[in-house]
Design a protein around this ligand. Structure first.
Ligand SMILES: Cc1cc2nc3c(=O)[nH]c(=O)nc-3n(C[C@H](O)[C@H](O)[C@H](O)COP(=O)(O)OP(=O)(O)OC[C@H]3O[C@@H](n4cnc5c(N)ncnc54)[C@H](O)[C@@H]3O)c2cc1C
Length: 435
């Protein structure tokens, strides 16, 4: 592209556009293995700027790559168009609605910083990625992010109430819950926004298309998944024969990786801060299979967190000075362990929750040790779990771990068979996997 055009765009914006080699190299990658040199990076300062950038992209027939923290693992922020980085200027927490337990933010607000801000209100944003100290709400919506706490608090899509956006024609539109009646009115209107509702209506009211979606999408009980566009979610509304009496286009935008609209404002549902008291039961196993078999019964308890560490990762922490102290709870040399966290408001409730969990564990009889951790001990165990992935890079010898198949999602009852089959495939290639 002619740099004069990008210079002209820069002049038109309140914000900035950079297209020197250093910027292009920096923005050629995100946290994934993919690389592509973009045309440059734009740093809009206002919604007007974003509208101008969208119109510029239309005129010049180029693509836009919205970006917040760029911690995506599958090349979501990589492309040969113009990167539009909103992490610099779209960082405001706009308002907190205490009564509704909702917060409205710009896309560049960092997840952990939002939760720090919300603490005095006794509220927090539940979905918790490993990158929570740097990832931003716009990117979490783009990826429909989830993480350790999603078994208790859900994934980002569950939390999105509404979104303000700029559409591909440069117009602004807000998407949120609308009733069936409002939906019917909407599709009569003569705007670009209305044409999107109409398109969805025409496609999803086609019975053949609807049944193909229902048959071919992954099992609905696999909640932590992001498989293409969430058109299956839209089918749940009564307009298409489902149970829900409302329609929310924001559910489709969530997880669409910036390909459908440019987000400028997001309102999300919050949760009350987790109960203050916590305990973590750490079950130890002599085989991976035993560990995976225990996942189904323990997940029937209201766990705050259920994470696994296998021997490969545990071994990596043996030779690391910082992490050696965090292994204090490991008994023997387990093939795998599960970290099961329960929380409660009172000591009695906590004791009851631990006792119930221990009963389930004893009934299965698969684990050989089940120490219980409290207070700071829990934070140390979580630190060990978080550090494990990074330490994989330090495996001694020529064989190194490569992150190539990540974040697969299956229904819990299928977990054991899935891992067994997957291990077999790996064995066929003379490889082993880290779980
Ligand atoms: C070590 C590591 C661990 C991770 N662990 C997890 C995990 O536990 N759970 C998890 O879900 N993910 C995880 N991830 C992936 C990633 O960190 C998260 O998905 C994170 O929420 C992405 O946020 P981000 O701000 O970096 O978004 P980005 O990577 O900048 O963007 C994510 C997507 O959102 C789009 N987008 C961003 N802003 C906008 C906007 N304004 N309008 C429209 N689209 C927009 C982008 O185009 C892109 O498609 C991990 C990544 C790493 C490197």
């Amino acid at each position: 592209m002619d740099n004069n055009l990008l210079s002209k765009l820069r002049e038109d914006l309140e914000g900035d556009v950079q297209f020197d080699n250093l910027t292009k190299t920096l923005y050629a990658t995100d946290a994934s293995v993919y690389r592509k040199i973009p045309l440059g990076a734009a740093f809009p300062k206002s919604v007007e700027d974003i509208k101008k950038i969208v119109c510029f992209a239309n005129d010049e027939n180029i693509s836009l790559i919205p970006r917040t923290a760029g911690t995506s693992l599958a090349g979501q922020c990589v492309g040969d168009g113009l990167v539009v980085d909103v992490s610099k200027h779209f960082t405001d927490i706009i308002r907190v609605d205490e009564a509704k337990k909702q917060v409205t933010v710009q896309p560049g607000v960092i997840r952990d910083e939002l939760n720090e801000y919300l603490k005095p209100y006794g509220l927090f944003f539940g979905p918790n990625t490993s990158t929570s100290n740097r990832c931003m709400i716009g990117g979490m919506v783009g990826n429909n992010s989830s993480g350790t706490t999603s078994i208790q608090y859900g994934v980002t899509r569950d939390k999105v109430i509404s979104m303000k956006t700029v559409l591909s024609d440069g117009s602004e539109a807000e998407f949120g819950r609308i009733s069936t009646e409002e939906f019917k009115q909407k599709i009569q209107e003569n705007t670009f926004e209305a044409s999107l509702y109409k398109k969805v209506y025409n496609e999803l009211s086609n019975k053949e298309i609807a049944s193909e979606i229902k048959e071919n999408f992954p099992k609905p009980e696999i909640h932590r998944r992001s498989t293409g566009y969430a058109v299956d979610e839209l089918l749940k509304t009564d307009i298409f024969g489902g149970d829900l009496s409302y329609f929310n286009m924001a559910e489709l935008l969530c997880g669409s990786e910036g390909t459908l609209a440019f987000t400028t404002e997001i309102t999300v549902q919050l949760d009350p801060l987790p109960p203050a008291l916590s305990a973590m039961v750490i079950t130890h196993y002599t085989t991976l299979e035993d560990c995976l078999m225990d996942v189904v019964p323990v997940m029937e308890h209201p766990l705050q967190l259920c994470e696994m560490m296998d021997k490969v990762i545990l071994d990596c922490t043996k030779n690391n000075r910082a992490q050696l102290a965090n292994r204090f709870f490991v008994e023997g040399d387990p093939a795998a362990l599960l970290m099961l966290q329960v929380s409660a408001h009172t000591k009695k409730e906590l004791e009851d929750a631990i006792a119930a969990l221990q009963k389930t564990i004893a009934n299965s009889g698969l684990s050989y040790a089940n120490p219980v951790l409290y207070g700071d001990q829990i934070a140390k165990a979580i630190e060990l779990r978080k550090a494990g992935l990074g330490l994989l890079g330090n495996i001694v010898g020529d064989m190194k771990a490569v992150a190539c198949i990540e974040d697969t999602a299956v229904a819990l009852p299928d977990l054991k068979d899935f891992i067994a089959e997957f291990s077999l495939i790996m064995k066929g290639y003379g490889q082993s996997a880290v779980y």
